[in-house]
Design a protein around this ligand. Structure first.
Ligand code: NAP
Length: 553
């Protein structure tokens, strides 16, 4: 059957995942899974695009996606990138064990499927190579000015343009003018260095996971690992056999699940099938998309009628918790001391659920210790714990995450009336419409901005595709209708933010037992979105001009 109807597709999809797949998914899945050829953006007539310029900040995954789609639409653009290569987070993060924890055949652009991933969850080098190849294939590189960090962007209301100042390492500055500005710097770009007293007095090396370099030497050293998040659970197992001792300092436990394919290479037969068996690749991607995406969303919902033990939120979440616990118990059998420390005191999905890259096996090693006693201070020779013990160390590894809520920092971005984004958002309360547009900041688009992070599953590449589709639709409206300025209406923006805040009240992230970087100092969720993938895909399908104030050219 060459062209099955939507109904037949839905039934086939339901059989493929052993769950009812609703009609609403069919159009998205057909497109995202590349069952149908990826639709290319309609070309903007050259005369309409002439003189119009888009500036993208950042050549990471979002920036590359934006560049590819702008290029296909014939909209002139340039990119400023502070690093000397593309890839963003996959370029910068070089700690041992760094790899994707979402299946790779799903963690890729839908318009650029890759059947040649070496592993089911490839290492950073492979993902960096993939992003580099995308930049090369679509001719993006020639539009990038590397080694230029944007320091400020000021909206010129008279000329309706952004004046963007960038700085090179030698201090040389230059100003570029753009009709529209796309900030694609991500949420996970600026490391969070914990304010531990005395950290700067330590005589050994202090290294944040995102600042690890080829010169970071840990072999034979006494190493502390602060943190138990996604970076920590990869770096710990990767270095444990090499170091003299590894002291894990845990503030809170993480839900870590069994992930049998995590270290497996993709066998040759699978690669052959992906390449040669008609429709095998899209069906395989679909199963991953479901299993690591919306299939998990219900587990986030707090069931108001649930009468389970304190700290649990629903029957489904509780069932997953039991399954995760079984894995942890199996891994730590006979080590009640460890078990007591590692089991989280909040429901699964309160924080990112992590894949087990050998974390529990690492904890059982003779040269590894796990401490849950707080850190009092750092001294020249090591870390002093709250119980006054001193752990003598050569190296402190900070797997302490990023300043995610302080979005777009440290750039000085000024919109209407010279108002800065920090005045609009404060230190840690970023808000935007659909995570993309902000009142008072005309012609500004944010990718991976406020309330867009995916907390149940999904892939950041999917997110980038949704956002650039919306942004392109906005730019096309500007060009087609001769609009010089578009600015999100405040009432639309505020209503959207009220709506997402209300949604959060029903989700695990606002549960009182959960403390995470998803929340700001006031307890508001600022990084994550409360949507299923299908919801965000639909919300960003197209730009509605009625939701924007417009100034004609
Ligand atoms: P993270 O999830 O923010 O984890 C930071 C860890 O450091 C937490 O365990 C935190 O404890 C601890 N911590 C922070 N400050 C501390 C302090 N002062 N004292 C003691 N402990 C402290 O950071 P991350 O692991 O770098 O991950 C961030 C995000 O990056 C992830 O959620 C994910 O989106 C992405 N990521 C993805 C991958 C992948 O795909 N494989 C890999 C790495 C990162 P608390 O939990 O108690 O706050």
């Amino acid at each position: 059957m060459p062209n099955p109807s939507a109904g037949v597709m839905r039934r086939m999809m339901s059989v493929a995942v052993g769950q009812e797949v609703a009609d609403e998914y069919v159009p998205m899945l057909l497109q995202q899974m590349a069952f149908e050829p990826a639709p290319k953006p309609e070309l903007v007539p050259p005369e309409a695009a002439a003189g119009f310029r888009v500036l993208i900040i950042g050549a990471g995954m979002s920036g590359i996606a934006a560049a590819i789609k702008l290029g296909e639409a014939g909209i002139p653009y340039s990119i400023l990138e502070k690093n000397d290569d593309v890839g963003g987070t996959w370029y910068e993060n070089r700690y041992p064990g760094c790899a994707v924890d979402t299946p790779n055949h799903f963690y890729q652009f839908s318009f650029e499927p890759n059947n040649r991933w070496p592993r089911y969850y490839s290492r950073r080098e492979s993902i960096h190579a993939y992003l580099r190849s995308c930049a090369d294939k679509y001719g993006v590189r020639k539009h990038i000015r590397f080694g230029e960090e944007v320091v400020s962007a000021v909206f010129d209301e008279d000329a309706h343009v952004w004046r963007v100042t960038s700085r090179k390492a030698d201090g040389q500055e230059r100003v570029e003018v753009a009709n529209a500005l796309i900030c694609a710097v991500g949420q996970l770009n600026r490391p969070a260095i914990p304010a531990i007293p005395g950290l700067d007095t330590f005589v050994g090396e202090v290294v944040h996971t995102a600042r690890w370099t080829e010169d970071t030497a840990i072999a034979g050293k006494r190493v502390a690992l602060i943190g138990t998040g996604a970076s920590a659970v990869q770096v710990g197992p990767a270095i444990a056999a090499e170091v003299r001792s590894l002291h894990v300092l845990q503030r809170s436990g993480a839900w870590i699940v069994r992930s049998p394919n995590l270290h497996r290479a993709v066998p040759g037969a699978k690669v052959w099938a992906l390449d040669n068996v008609p429709f095998y690749a899209p069906w395989y991607r679909f199963q991953l998309f479901w299993g690591f995406g919306d299939g998990l969303f219900q587990a986030l919902r707090i069931d108001p009628k649930w009468l389970g033990p304190p700290g649990t939120i629903s029957a489904l979440n509780e069932d997953l918790r039991e399954r995760m616990l079984r894995h942890i118990r199996r891994e730590l059998e006979g080590r009640e001391d460890l078990l007591e420390k590692v089991v989280p005191d909040y429901p699964p999905f309160g924080k990112r659920v992590l894949a087990d890259a050998g974390w529990f096996a690492m904890l059982r090693r003779d040269n590894v210790s796990l401490d849950t006693t707080g850190i009092a201070k750092v001294e020249p020779k090591g870390i002093r714990l709250d119980d006054d013990r001193l752990i003598e160390l050569d190296t402190i590894v900070l797997a302490t995450g990023f300043q995610a809520g302080r979005m777009l920092w440290p750039m000085d971005i000024r919109g209407r009336g010279g108002r800065s984004i920090r005045e609009a958002w404060g230190e840690d309360d970023p808000r935007a419409y659909l995570g993309i547009t902000v009142p008072d900041f005309p012609n500004l688009f944010v990718m991976y901005g406020p309330n867009t992070n995916l907390g149940h599953g999904g892939s950041a590449m999917f997110l980038a595709e949704c956002q650039i589709r919306y942004i392109l639709s906005s730019l096309r409206t500007m060009l087609d209708d001769g609009i010089a300025e578009i600015e999100c209406r405040r009432d639309i923006h505020d209503a959207y933010n009220r709506r997402i805040d209300a949604e959060f009240e029903t989700l695990v992230w606002t549960h009182p037992s959960v403390k995470s970087w998803y929340k700001n100092a006031q307890g508001r969720i600022t990084t994550n979105q409360p949507w299923r993938l299908i919801d965000y895909w639909r919300l960003t399908q197209s730009f509605d001009p009625a939701e924007y104030n417009k100034i004609p050219a």
